[in-house]
Design a protein around this ligand. Structure first.
Ligand code: MN
Length: 229
């Protein structure tokens, strides 16, 4: 195929222990998937079930030193288990959903909370709060062929060495098979899709110069430093 302009590079995530890369197609994010985080954001998890929103594929990055994003004074970290889809489908039953998983990573759904709050108040879409450049730092993907399908394990975020977020994968309202099944009712899932599965309680703001780490037991870790102002 001849392109009229130079195509942008394919966004990728490294695969742990291999020389290969996982090509990212779409990034779906589950909102309010841990009851304690739903409550800290002012919602009742019994009355408002999880839902999904998206980030652009090229928001992925491997952390390290990142520029502090523009137009925000309230940049929040949300540490999340990330599911990497290896084979696609529609209307996937929860019972066979894990067959579609290539592997798992830990990542951050970075959020310009001030812009998200403005959008919520105005009944507008969340993209400026959630879908900005480099808003998805993510660890290498650990293949499920090596680590299986973890349904429990500690997930944690620190800022400048202090633990801010802590939870356990077993606390997710929608477990991974249910999230895949639900999403695949509404859109076709395809190889290269990433699903961020929501964040435990304790989200807080990071500032220029801050060091952020995320980890998930048995899966991996990710470090970000926001460049000093
Ligand atoms: Mn999130």
């Amino acid at each position: 195929m001849q392109f009229a302009i130079q195509p942008s590079p394919q966004p990728v995530v490294k695969v742990l222990g291999e020389q290969s890369f996982f090509p990212v197609r779409r990034i779906w994010c589950v909102g309010r998937n841990y009851a304690a985080h739903a409550r800290e954001m002012g919602h009742d998890p019994d009355r408002e079930p999880p839902f999904l929103f998206a980030k652009p594929a090229d928001a992925v990055n491997e952390g390290g030193v990142l520029p502090f994003p523009p137009e925000t004074t309230d940049l929040h970290h949300e540490v999340e288990l990330v599911v990497a889809i290896g084979t696609g489908g529609r209307n996937i039953p929860a019972e066979t959903a894990l067959d579609h998983v290539f592997g798992y990573a830990v990542g951050f759904d970075m959020t310009r909370r001030d812009l998200q709050s403005q959008a919520k108040a105005a009944g507008r879409p969340w993209e400026f709060g959630k879908a900005f450049d480099q808003s998805c730092p993510i660890s290498e993907i650990a293949p499920s062929s090596a680590i299986g399908h973890p349904s429990q394990g500690q997930i944690e975020a620190t800022v400048n060495g202090k633990v801010q977020q802590t939870g356990d994968l077993s606390q997710m309202i929608w477990q991974v098979p249910e999230a895949i099944a639900y999403l695949s009712r509404f859109v076709t899932i395809a190889p290269g899709d990433l699903i961020m599965t929501g964040t435990p309680a304790g989200v807080s703001a990071v500032r220029p110069g801050d060091n952020l780490t995320g980890s998930c037991e048995g899966i991996g870790s990710i470090s970000v430093m926001y460049a000093p102002a």
